[in-house]
Design a protein around this ligand. Structure first.
Ligand code: SF4
Length: 97
């Protein structure tokens, strides 16, 4: 599984220390911005762009979590989310389909 997201066991262990480390913020973020996290193309894109790795190692997890709690992630993620460009690409792909 770690190979799939491009992380070594040591990197994963290190990544378990930031705030809300055990929460799947990537899935919540996708749902928040209107992306189906279970769609095959989404899963392929996320895997090839190491989106899980970006989330797991993200230094903005506390802010991300707080925005999710306030239900306004979608209005602010472009300002702080390291995956924002990937979310925008996924949204564009959905429009092109
Ligand atoms: S800010 Fe973006 S990259 Fe960071 S944990 Fe949240 S969704 Fe993932």
């Amino acid at each position: 599984m770690l190979n799939d997201i491009g992380m070594s066991p040591a990197e994963f262990d290190e990544a378990m220390h930031p705030p809300y480390a055990s929460e799947d913020l990537l899935t919540l973020a996708m749902l928040s911005v209107g992306i189906d996290p279970d769609d095959f193309d989404t899963l392929e894109f996320a895997r090839s762009h190491f989106m899980s790795r970006t989330c797991i190692t993200c230094p903005r997890r506390r802010k991300c979590h707080d925005r999710m709690q306030a239900f306004d992630f979608e209005g602010h993620y472009r300002d702080f989310c390291p995956n924002s460009e990937n979310f925008l690409k996924l949204l564009r792909k959905r429009c092109d389909a």
